[in-house]
Design a protein around this ligand. Structure first.
Ligand code: XIL
Length: 532
């Protein structure tokens, strides 16, 4: 009896502690309840007609997709804490159905740090009906956060492409934000197979991460430790993150990842030393005259300094460096200034060999990789990189690894095309790694936003399973050693903002609430819920 009473008390307490309402907005008092417009042209007005009660908040006069009502997440939200956000939405005119996104804006103590905008979830609503958007959101465990707001918007379109349908008037009502107790927040399942164990023996599997995710307070932490034997920073080791100003090296955030890798025996890939993107403009500028480009000599000396400092700092911790990223053109040969490479525009092809030599000198034990995209889908690009690496090897340039990014779609390219790319590079006597795998649910940039339906998720699962079967075969044959996913779960994918900002994607093995997707079960070779 005591035990039963104990159980009942426990359940009761958990339920009570589980959802503490922090605030609600029903607009019955006639005031906008602290909601504010995000832009300048839109108006927020309490109007008659609500989801329940007499009134709701109308948003009119929008001219861009991102305009809409915004509200502080809670009076005193905390990094690493979890909140359940529920909003009812309705629109009266325009197309038969419209998607509305619930998003979060994050600001930092350092007022010069750019705000982050994060799409949390997208819900399709029928014209004239109330639809509810619900999302359980864990604020990143980042102690430097200073602002968290939640807002409702339309899926992003560039300002000059937004039609009146994209900027329809809408209403919100019956908003409720609750604190979710740690014990009750959606956490990664711990009773499912470990991806790393299932693939062990043939393949090491890893994922891109951000520094806040290796904090045990972050829900991704348990996905990482359970499933992934390797990590790579999605952004934290890029030049703009490590040397924002000349001579000022900022290793703090990336060090969190290196410490995690050391502590847990996880392999750490370094990404990336040289790239035409996410590199501060000072690299390419004449210090005496900011309107003029740096000389080739100065640019190469900056390259040497950056590589010596960064590779030296992580010596013995990073096992493979992406030394150069995306240096091959999408047309032919090397990426030039026309395709955005100031490295090439100023230094010509020489910067590539120089980067590899500098990296080898700074850490003779690290493997050095050349990394690129579309190698699986474009034979011309694949062959251009093949020739480049062949030439580098002939010149004695220390290149050890070819990285195939693997940003593909559920619709293509074929598994066989992917296999041919792996095999082609393996003949060069280099190691091959798949470095940034994700399977977009879209066929291209022109496809409008859509929900990941059961059919789409099933197709994605089949494709993932076939790919991993191929990866394992290639690994057993000694042609592949490592596969990295570009993110652990769909709540953190760059494809939400690429190639179409704000068009939500679902390309990974775990969903937005960190639960295993059909793709996960397909890769581990089991039906949902069953051990393989
Ligand atoms: C992406 C990151 O995931 C995003 O967060 C960032 O805004 C842009 O860069 N190829 C690469 C990666 O080599 O560095 C890119 O990462 C994705 C494409």
């Amino acid at each position: 009896v005591n035990k039963a009473l104990g159980t009942i008390t426990f359940v009761l307490l958990t339920v009570l502690a589980g959802a503490t309402p922090l605030w609600t907005s029903d607009f019955e008092s006639g005031s906008p309840d602290g909601w504010k417009p995000r832009g300048t042209s839109e108006q927020l007005t309490v109007v008659l007609g609500g989801h329940t009660g007499a009134s709701s908040l109308a948003i009119t006069g929008r001219t861009t997709t991102w305009q809409g009502p915004t509200h502080a997440l809670a009076p005193s939200w905390k990094p690493g804490s979890t909140y359940r956000i529920a909003v009812w939405v309705r629109y009266a005119r325009g197309p038969q159905t419209r998607a509305f996104n619930l998003s979060a804006e994050l600001g930092y103590q350092d007022a010069s740090a750019p705000h982050q905008y994060k799409n949390l979830v997208s819900v399709a609503v029928n014209r004239g009906e109330w639809g509810q958007i619900v999302y359980t959101y864990t604020v990143p465990a980042d102690p430097t956060l200073a602002l968290v707001e939640v807002y409702v918007e339309s899926p992003y379109k560039a300002d000059n492409q937004a039609t009146p349908d994209d900027t329809v008037d809408f209403q919100i009502d019956d908003v409720a934000v609750e604190a979710v107790a740690e014990a009750l927040r959606p956490v990664p399942q711990q009773d499912i197979p470990r991806l790393r164990d299932v693939l062990a023996g043939s393949l090491l599997v890893g994922t891109a991460v951000s520094p806040d995710q290796v904090n045990p307070a972050d829900p991704h932490f348990r996905l990482l430790t359970r499933h992934f034997g390797a990590i790579v920073p999605g952004n934290a080791m890029k030049p703009e993150a490590l040397q924002p100003q000349e001579g000022r090296f900022t290793f703090g955030q990336a060090d969190l990842l290196a410490d995690y890798a050391d502590r847990t025996g996880t392999k750490l890939r370094g990404h990336t030393l040289v790239w035409h993107q996410q590199t501060p403009s000072w690299f390419f500028t004449d210090p005496k005259d900011p309107k003029r480009p740096a000389s080739k000599e100065l640019l190469l000396s900056r390259l040497n300094t950056h590589i010596a400092e960064v590779v030296g700092h992580y010596r013995g911790q990073v096992s493979t460096w992406d030394v150069v990223n995306e240096v091959v053109s999408d047309r032919s040969g090397l990426r030039t200034g026309d395709e955005g490479s100031l490295w090439y525009a100023i230094a010509g092809a020489d910067y590539i060999d120089a980067a590899f030599r500098a990296a080898r000198a700074a850490d003779p034990d690290a493997e050095l990789a050349i990394n690129d995209y579309n190698l699986e889908s474009s034979v011309a690009k694949r062959d251009a990189l093949y020739e480049l690496v062949k030439g580098m090897k002939a010149r004695g340039v220390p290149v050890d690894v070819v990285g195939l990014q693997g940003h593909i779609s559920i619709y293509g390219p074929s598994v066989d095309q992917f296999r041919q790319a792996i095999r082609k590079f393996a003949t060069l006597g280099v190691k091959v790694q798949v470095t940034e795998l994700d399977l977009s649910i879209y066929s291209g940039a022109s496809e409008p936003a859509k929900q990941p339906s059961a059919d789409i998720l099933a197709l994605q699962a089949r494709r993932y399973a076939e790919l991993f079967t191929m990866f394992r075969e290639e690994a057993r044959a000694g042609r592949l050693e490592l596969v990295m996913l570009w993110g652990s779960a769909d709540d953190d994918t760059w494809l939400d903002n690429f190639p179409v900002p704000g068009r939500l994607d679902a390309p990974l093995l775990f969903d937005r609430q960190l639960q295993a997707k059909p793709a996960f079960w397909a890769v581990v070779g089991a039906e949902a819920g069953k051990k393989p």
